[in-house]
Design a protein around this ligand. Sequence first.
Ligand code: PLP
Length: 500
Amino acid sequence: MTTPDGLGHTVRVGQLAAPPVESAAGAAAPRAVPGAAPSTAPTAGASGLGGVPQPPSSPVPAALAHAAAGPRYWLAQQPVEAPAVAAPTTPPSTPPSGFNVEAVRRDFPQLHREVNGRPLVWLDNGATTLKPRQVVEAVAEHYSMGTSNVHRGAHSLAKQATQVYEEGRQAAADLLGTQDQGEIVFVRGTTEAVNLVAQSWGRANLGVGDEILVSAAEHHSNLVPWQLIAAERRARIRPIPLLPDGQLDQDAYRDLLGSRTKLVALTHASNVLGTVPPVAEMTALAHRYGAKVLIDGAQAVSHFPVDVTALDADFYAFSGHKIFAPTGIGVLFGKRELLEAMPPWQGGGNMIDSVSFTETTYAPIPHRLEAGTGHIAGVAGLRAALHYLAGLDRAAATAYEEQLTNYAMAALATVPGLRLIGQAPGKIGALTFLVAGTDPIALAGALDQQGIAVRAGHHCAQPALASFGLQSAVRASLALYNTVQDVDALVAALHELQSQ
Ligand code: PLP
C-alpha cells in the first residue's frame, strides 16, 4: 500500500497495525529481555555500528568531561567554539532491569512503517513524540462512542466524558507530584501555559523596572510571552547566560538576582542543548528574593520523573504531544495560592459562577482559567498516555535513555567534522550538531532519504544557538523507544554522507 506523504515522496506504509502482543505498560509486569537483546544491550565494540568505527570505551578524560570552568558572562562575549565532543562514556552494556524497549516499541504503530523505502528511524522526538496505540484508541473511543461535552448536562454521556476528563486531570497531577487537582489547568500546550501566566499573573504583578530573568537556553515560548508583557508593563528581561558546555552560568545567575527580580523563567530540559539545569537549587535561590519561578517542562516530562512539590516550582508547564499524547492539549501547574490570586485571562463559558450585566463572578480554579470548551478528546488521549507511562518502570526508562544518550554522543563523535552543541553532564538526548561543510537543512533532507527523521533549523531557540555563534543546526532527539540500532543508522548515514 502506498500513500502520499505530503512531501512529494511516495511512502510505503509498513505495518500500520501493531502486532497483537502484550503491551509494555499496564498491569502486566515488564518482561525480562531474553539473552540481553542487542537492541538494548550493546557492549563496547559489540554492537553493529555497521562499518562505523566503534566508540572507544575509555573513560572521559577529566579535562574533556565538560568545560564548566569556562568564562562567566559568556553570552555577552563573542561566541566561542564549543568544547570538543567529549570522549565517549561507556556505551550501554546491559539493559536496565524492568525496561523492555522492544515491548514498548510494539505499542507504537508508527515505528513499524517505512519512509522512502526504509524503515522509519524517528529521531524527531523533541518536536513531537509518537503515540502508543492506547492513546490512538482512547481518542478514537471518545469520537466514535463517547462524544459529549463535559461538566454541563445531566445525561450519561456527559457524565462519562466528564469522568474521563477529570481522570485526565488526576493523571497530570500524579505525573507532576501534586495532590491538588485544582492546581492543574488544561491549556493547549506549553506555549499557551506560559502566555497564560504572563498575561494574567504578569499583568497583575509586574511593574516599571521589575526584572524577569530568562535563561539563554529557553525555547521562544518561554521568552517571547515575557517580552510581550515586559514591554507592556515596562519591565525588563535579563538573560541568564550559558557556559560553553551548555550549562546555565550559576555565578551569573546569582549576580542577576536582586530585589527587582519578580520572575525567573527556566527550562527543565533544553530542547536544543539537552541541558537539565539545577532547577530546584535555582528556584530556592529565586525564592530568597521573593521571585516566582516558572519551569518549562516540555522536554523534561517524557524523559525523567518530575515532582513540582520537591522542586517548589511556582508554575510548571508541559505539552501533551511531547509526552506521547495528542497535540492541542497541555498542562499548566500553578501553586493554589498563585492561581487563586490570578485574574481570568480569557472570558467565556466554563469559567464563570454567575453572569449578569451588573456583576459577573467566576468559578473556582482551575475552571476559572479554562474558558470555553476544552480539548476533550485531547484530554482522553493525555489520560491514556499518562496511564501508559505510569505503567512503565520510569526509573528504568530514564536509566535506559541516559545510557542511549551517552552511546549516541560517543557514536556521533566518530563522524569526521561533527561538532556537537551542548555537552552538559546529565543532559537529555537532544543531540544538536553541525557537520563541517554541510548545510543543516540539506543534511536533514539527505537523512530523510534514508528514512531517518531529524530536525534542522533554529529549533525555536535562537538565543541558545546564537550563544554558540550559530543560526541553524541539525538535531536528533531521542525518546524511550529509540534503540542503539536507531543511533547506528544515523551515524552510519552520516559517515556515508561524509565520505561522498
Ligand atoms: N518549550 C520547549 C523546551 C519546547 O521544546 C517546546 C516545543 O518544542 C515548547 C516549549 C513549545 O511547546 P508547544 O509548541 O507544544 O507549546
